[in-house]
Design a protein around this ligand. Structure first.
Ligand code: KIV
Ligand code: NA
Length: 275
């Protein structure tokens, strides 16, 4: 692929080869995944993963702008989506538009993502009508952790109908895709059949139109806890701790720096000079 897809291209991937996506927060991480991902999400998970916050609630617009700019510098062929942080879009459609426009203008993101279903449908329609492509996020919505009462599976049993209504509402409002987080597999498949926009699963189903994971989770860099839906493809946190222990032992034994890491007192011969 020579250029990044647009939100309409992502929408058109409904029912095709599953969409691949990960989160990213920095330039090198974005560069690492650019060629593999259809889109990259600058997630507000950055607060927990990189800043040590206890939840995503303390993430600010300034943090999203700064990480969004860093990620944008690392992407050439993946589309960039950026999360609207808690408090930046719930109060009114106008506040949501102002903050979405700022995120897009200052980072170059092609789209924003916001959490919520039926209750956010009007806001999604307002944004889409004004040039802001919106990715919706329903099921477990971490910004509502204090009203949801924990990071529980959403849409089980009697809650199924509400989740289906949320999916229909965000689709009808004009969202170009919808993230389904931590819902029963069978329900994720039903939602995927119900809506004509791609469903992006995280703790959902292999039947979704795409998948997303937090990159630090799948690389084994974030190890404070591991959700059941995370598959660790690497153990970079352990590798890093081992490397640091080896460095510490080398320093204490004066094995580091070695001959190849130190400088002689003589200036190197000028290039092209005869010996
Ligand atoms: O912030 C985030 O990382 C997310 C994804 C997990 C969907 O919203
Ligand atoms: Na998020």
């Amino acid at each position: 692929r020579k250029r990044a897809p647009m939100p309409d291209d992502i929408r058109a991937a409904k029912g095709g080869t599953p969409l691949v996506s990960l989160t990213a927060y920095t330039t090198p991480m974005a560069q690492m995944m650019d060629a593999q991902c259809d889109f990259v999400l600058v997630g507000d998970s950055v607060g927990m993963v990189l800043h040590g916050l206890p939840s995503t609630l303390g993430v600010t617009m300034e943090m999203m702008v700064m990480h969004g700019q860093a990620v944008a510098r690392g992407l050439t062929t993946a589309m960039m989506v950026i999360d609207m942080p808690f408090g930046s879009y719930e109060a009114s459609r106008e506040v949501a538009f102002a903050n979405a426009a700022r995120l897009m203008a200052e980072t170059g993101a092609a789209a924003v993502k916001l959490e919520g279903g039926v209750e956010m449908a009007e806001t999604i329609a307002f944004l889409v009508a004004r040039g802001v492509p919106v990715m919706a996020h329903i099921g477990l919505t971490p910004q509502s952790i204090n009203t949801l009462g924990g990071y529980k599976v959403q849409g089980r049993g009697a809650a199924r109908d509400g989740l289906m209504a949320d999916a229909r509402a965000v689709c009808d409002a004009g969202a170009f895709a919808v993230v389904l987080e931590k819902v029963p597999e069978v329900l994720a498949d039903e939602v995927t059949a119900l809506v004509d926009i791609p469903t992006i699963g995280i703790g959902a189903s292999a039947g979704c139109d795409g998948q997303i994971l937090v990159v630090d989770d799948m690389l084994g860099l974030f190890t404070a806890f591991k959700a059941k839906f995370v598959k660790r493809y690497a153990h970079l946190g352990e590798d890093g701790a081992d490397a640091i222990a080896a460095y510490a032992a080398d320093v204490r034994a004066r094995r580091f720096p070695a001959a190849e890491h130190v400088f002689s007192d003589e200036a190197p011969a000028a290039k092209g000079a005869k010996p």
